[in-house]
Write a new protein. Sequence first.
Length: 466
Amino acid sequence: MAEEEISVQELYEEIKEKNDHDILAEFLNNQNISDVADLIYENEEEEIPILTQLSIHRATSLFKILDHPTQKRIIKNLPPNKSAELLNAMEPDDRTSFLEDLPNEVVRELIKTLDPEERKITLSLLGYPENSVGRLMTPDYVYVYEYNTVEEVLNIIKGVGKNTESIDVIYVINRHGELLDDLRLREFILAPPERRVSEMMDGRFIELNVHEDQETANEVFKMNNRVALPVVDDYNVLLGIVTIDDVLWVTNEEFSEDIQKIGGAEALDTPYLETPLFTLIKKRVGWLVILFLGEMLTATAMALYNEEMAKVLILTNFIPLIISTGGNSGTQASTLIIQAMALGDVSIADWWRVMKREILSGLMLGVILGIIGFLRITAWSMLMHHGMMEDIYGPYWLLIGFTVALSIIGVVLWSSLMGSMLPLLLKKLGADPASSSAPFVATLVDVTGLIIFFNVALLVLKGTLL
């Protein structure tokens, strides 16, 4: 029988009891970074001893993947010389990502601990607008000139490659620092030593502008099979590179923000449990007030039909059904379109194609739900005729069934169109599509759904119940 596998946590506890720092350091440095991160999450009181036992390279790799509250706590509790060593050893883009979420006074103090060169780089990166590509880029990359030979390039890589974040792609610039091309490392390895870089260039490179939004970088990476992309200014001067791992972090953050916005709240800047209570209220109250005012329009719409409802009280039983059905279908359409836009599957130019699809799908979904509603009323009436149910629909149950069925078809069709078109409209106006949150769509559909319902009732029941 095979021995039961011992967890990293158990091994850590066992080695720690021996009180041998060299063995403990060797153990931690040989573990997967993700396993060491789990150790820190499971042993908060041990996070400083664990981090200080790691080599500085491993410590920076670990620090990068920890959540923000843990990072802040570690930096606060680390001895000043250790925190300075950690921050100086971090990649500039990772350091910038950490610093930009801290209060200004804390950032000022931490920047003082950086080496002059690292301080200059960090201040430069922090000078770019928030959520711009400039905040993501790292200035550590390998560049060569077009007149270099392959042999010279390989020597350059050997000399500076160990201090750069990625050497998979080598960037070609001229004497003015302008980007001319990017070439893969394998091309230099396979080329003759005497061949010049200019002979290998084809000019087919993809670059990002330093001022572009980080979401743009995400789209470019998705459309191109690249591990890194060069970042240039408005004059095509090479400033740095953005790597795929940085973009993946941004994608995760953007996804979290969109989910919060779809739910009808502003995006939180910090984890939920770390967000102050009054900040949490502030983030939520704006949309709630807007939605509350919107629901007041629903009450106004109902008041316009008080006379009709007084004549046919049975119609009021279907108001929740109509409202919820319209809200659900509108929410579905809105969420699908927001997700498709985030993935780049749908753009503003596709509005007509989206509308045609939603007209057909909304109509078919409405017919399916309308038939179900009609059959429910019919079944109840049949049971009523056999004395098994109370007569609540009266002799005009068939007309009431048609009223409900036609209303549901109209409401589902309309809410599907509204839910799909609103994100595209907001995008066209320059707003965030995620702001067309599900509650917002549902509120709009509530008002229009009631108007559709009562007007269909007036049309179908005219001369009978109305």
